[in-house]
Design a protein around this ligand. Structure first.
Ligand code: GLV
Length: 317
């Protein structure tokens, strides 16, 4: 029997794969702090964590018997992969089960930002809608527009499928050219021709501030930027400046540079739809993610090599 640290309560149905192990899990509604994780990690064989948990070199240094960290997220920038690999710890994540749910949300943001739904709803709720006006809340059409996908993994492709239903022209840019129809080799070539730019890249040292002031200036002034990937992919100060000056038409964001705090300038920015990192937040998908993470942890503990391992090199050592 192994000891598994779970940083916040998971649905009971997600615990089946780790039945028989000793589970250390906080009360419902509670989440372990970084200090609590560090304090408990010494004697655990596995950690099942979330995207907000920083599992860094300091944690690995304290963990004498840790075999696996399974993050209940597809992004794994919260885990120091090099430190994990040096410590011989497998890191698993949850690809494949959240693509459609996240693509639905990205498309909701494309629609909401393009048609200024947050601004108009806020006015209605706060009594600001006093008269119907022919030229109020004029947005940009989504149907027939050109969608530029930055990154072309599973989630981006799921967004592309939805865009076809809206008769959009779909282009994409990926780090390595895909050779597929719609591939634009240079990001700087995609940005000036897209009406909607939707970001689908992991956060790495190369993608931090990928969309900066210079690249925002390459976009059409009528364009809409949507980010459901990771906040630091966009330079938020530069984005605020572009929205405030009208240099960019609108933005739809689900992720932020310093979650859960949100840049006050962004909160005040016009034509902006802001959501609290809910891309994969459906009942079915969150359960599927949790089960995938607990299954991976169980498999590593049983000596297996789950395919959703980020650093499979650890199995060779
Ligand atoms: C959500 O952001 C995830 O990485 O699963």
């Amino acid at each position: 029997m192994a000891r598994i640290l779970i940083t916040s309560r998971l649905p009971d149905d997600a615990l089946d794969p780790i039945v028989g192990h000793e589970l250390m899990m906080p009360e419902p509604g509670k989440h372990l702090t970084t200090d609590e994780i560090a304090h408990s990690v010494r004697d655990v064989d596995a950690i099942v964590c979330h995207l907000k948990d920083r599992i860094d070199a300091a944690v690995f240094a304290l963990a004498s018997r840790l075999a696996v960290v399974a993050t209940v997220s597809v992004g794994y920038d919260n885990v120091d992969i090099d430190a994990a690999t040096r410590s011989g710890v497998a890191v698993c994540h949850t690809p494949g089960v959240l693509d459609d749910t996240t693509a639905d949300l990205a498309f909701a943001l494309i629609l909401a930002a393009s048609r200024l739904l947050s601004d108009s709803e806020r006015d209605l709720r706060t009594g600001g809608w006093t008269d119907w006006q022919f030229d109020a809340y004029l947005g940009r059409d989504v149907y027939g527009a050109t969608l530029g996908l930055v990154g072309y993994g599973r989630i981006a492709r799921a967004v592309a499928r939805r865009a076809e239903g809206f008769s959009m022209r779909v282009l994409h840019h990926a780090r390595r050219p895909t050779g597929l129809q719609g591939c634009v080799i240079e990001l700087d070539g995609l940005l000036p021709i897209a009406d909607v730019v939707s970001l689908h890249v992991p956060l790495t040292s190369e993608t931090r501030h990928l969309i900066d002031a210079r690249r925002l200036a390459l976009m059409k002034p009528t364009a809409v930027l949507v980010n459901t990937s990771r906040g630091p992919v966009v330079d938020e100060e530069a984005l605020c400046a572009a929205l405030e000056s009208g240099r960019l038409f609108a933005a739809g964001l689900d992720v932020y540079e310093n979650e859960p705090s949100v840049n006050p300038r962004l909160l005040a920015a016009p034509r902006t739809v802001l959501l609290p990192h809910v891309g994969s937040a459906s009942f079915a998908t969150r359960l599927a993610m949790a089960r995938l993470a607990t299954s991976a942890a169980a498999e590593v503990l049983a000596g297996g090599r789950p395919p959703n391992t980020v650093n499979p090199a650890v199995y060779e050592t």
